[in-house]
Design a protein around this ligand. Structure first.
Ligand SMILES: [Zn+2]
Length: 272
């Protein structure tokens, strides 16, 4: 078996560095002007999953305990996954498990989510993806249910200017590898996918970019519903062209990620 990452016990009890449920404080030094922005590098992938959950928690993306964040471990060839029915804001390291791409739990004690194939089958075919988010954000579910496409008419919606594909099969839970592979096919090379009548899938090279993709998608859907309530999106804004190309770079997402991480570190939940 692959070497166990430092700090994680095979029985999963108190399996984090420090007491169960704690995460190291992460800081992001202010970059120099003009410096390239990269995803923060974290030694502990379980802590990275926990942090991604906390950011989704302060963005109210829980339903209220469903949804997960996964992170590919390129060293081990496996996947770190938020497990068990826990709200995003209360997730601790004891709620993270390590599985193989077939969903077999290798480390940790929390139950592997039934919808693990949603993560593993995307990771299997998208080598560029290092993290998958699946959650049930209300505005995304509502907009997808209308049948309207997402119109990217704000800076934050820039990453979705190419459109968000839809998965409309009435399958309920995506709990088999076949369904997971079907979801991955519908996602294609996009950043996100509407699971119509269910939720969303968002992907990124890192937990930071996948989580921010989910966050920005929900905000974009909320804006569109607001616009719809006030008469709809004007036709020129339905075709954004290159207006928001600046918002498609990972650096744009990571600036907001750093801010939201600072908010999780504010002491509100005392975990980070
Ligand atoms: Zn779901």
């Amino acid at each position: 078996m692959s070497p166990r990452p430092a700090g994680l016990r095979a029985d999963g009890a108190g399996d984090a560095r420090g007491p169960a449920g704690t995460v190291r404080r992460l800081s992001f030094p202010r970059p120099e002007r003009g410096a390239a922005v990269t995803a923060p590098s974290l030694e502990d992938p379980a802590a990275e999953v926990v942090l991604g959950c906390h950011v989704l928690g302060i963005e109210d993306q829980g339903d209220p305990v469903w949804g997960h964040v996964s992170r590919r471990d390129r060293d081990l060839g496996h996947v770190w996954l938020k497990a068990g029915p826990r709200g995003f804001d209360e997730v601790g390291a004891e709620d993270v498990v390590l599985t193989d791409l077939d969903g077999k739990r290798l480390l940790g004690s929390a139950p592997v989510p039934r919808e693990y194939p949603l993560h593993t089958e995307v990771l299997r075919v998208r080598e560029d993806v290092g993290s998958v988010v699946h959650c049930h954000p209300p505005h995304a579910i509502a907009l997808a249910a209308t049948g309207q496409p997402l119109y990217a008419f704000s800076n934050g919606a820039g990453p979705f200017a190419a459109g968000v594909p839809r998965y409309e099969a009435p399958v309920g839970l995506v709990e088999t590898p076949e369904l997971g592979a079907d979801v991955a096919r519908h996602l294609g090379d996009a950043r996100a996918l509407f699971l119509v009548g269910h939720g969303i899938v968002a992907v990124g090279a890192s937990v930071a970019t996948a989580v921010m993709t989910a966050v920005l998608l929900e905000r974009a859907c909320r804006l569109q519903l607001l616009a719809a309530a006030a008469g709809g999106v004007a036709p020129p804004l339905r075709e954004p062209g290159s207006r928001y190309s600046h918002a498609e770079a990972d650096g744009y997402l990571l600036r907001s990620w750093e801010y939201l991480v600072r908010r999780t570190n504010s002491g509100k939940d005392g975990k980070a």
